[in-house]
Design a protein around this ligand. Structure first.
Ligand code: PEP
Length: 253
């Protein structure tokens, strides 16, 4: 049985005051969703605040990105060691916004995955197709390419220490959610592709869905056999919505 994980990707939102309030509200509600692992990924500068507020609670925290480099003249970058220093356990790699807005290709994402793992962080590897790719009928080919870059570099066994998030690009921040059937089909494809390399890693692998997940659609998504939680953007900024999604994950167990 895989424990569901719901992780909030705050993206570039908030202030010290709003981050503190959001963390307090999530803390207050987490006991009611105990069968679901809960994590938040605030902007880098609020990670020390997350560490201060969340240490010794049931809530994990992580970053939205990391550098491929360890130390030195890399202006504006944040290393894996710095994330560990802030108590992070997770880091998102290969989010579609990183891929499309900042030119991170499969190779770079695979390197980030490797750097995170080597440091002892749990990478959340995002994969997903654009609307154009879906309409061309190449969804599985795109996902396979993104996944295989990591497997080729690290071996399938490396996925055991990470998490995969299937995030159709056309569903992120658009209000359009993949149907449970569409999402399940891709999740099953991902699990099958990993199983072809290592059946036991595939069985234990948590595959999250991300893309306009809300309290109102979370239960039917979480009910799918290969959906093990969610990576949440917009709804992660409203404690009641985020906790509502965690509740759906809790109830799905
Ligand atoms: C995301 O950015 O990872 C995401 C899933 O965003 P949203 O929930 O807003 O679609």
């Amino acid at each position: 049985m895989r424990q569901p994980l719901v992780a909030g990707n705050w993206k570039m939102n908030g202030s010290t005051a709003s981050a503190r309030a959001l963390l307090a509200d999530i803390k207050a509600g987490v006991a009611a969703v105990a069968k679901c692992e809960v994590a938040v990924c605030p902007p880098f500068i609020y990670l020390p605040l997350a560490q201060a507020e969340l240490t010794n609670t049931a809530i994990a925290w992580g970053a939205q990105n990391l550098s491929t480099e360890a130390v030195g003249a890399f202006t504006g970058e944040i290393s894996a060691a710095m994330l560990l220093d802030c108590g992070c356990s997770y880091v998102i790699v290969g989010h579609s916004e990183r891929r499309t807005l900042y030119g991170e290709d499969d190779q770079r994402v695979a390197t980030k995955f490797a750097v995170a793992l080597a440091a002892g962080l749990k990478p959340i590897l995002c994969v997903g197709e654009t609307l154009e790719e879906r309409e061309q009928g190449i969804t599985e080919a795109v996902i396979a390419r993104q996944l295989d870059a990591v497997i080729a570099a690290q071996g399938a066994s490396a996925l055991a220490a990470g998490v995969i998030a299937y995030e159709p690009v056309w569903a992120i921040g658009t209000g359009k959610t993949a149907t449970p059937e569409q999402a399940q089909q891709v999740h099953a494809f991902i699990r099958g592709r990993v199983a072809a390399q290592d059946a036991s890693v595939a069985e234990g692998l948590r595959i999250l869905y991300g893309g306009s997940m809300k309290p109102g659609n979370a239960a039917e998504l979480m009910a799918q056999p290969d959906i093990d939680g969610g990576l949440i953007g917009g709804a992660a900024l409203v404690a009641s919505d985020f906790l509502g999604i965690c509740r759906a994950a809790h109830d799905s167990v």
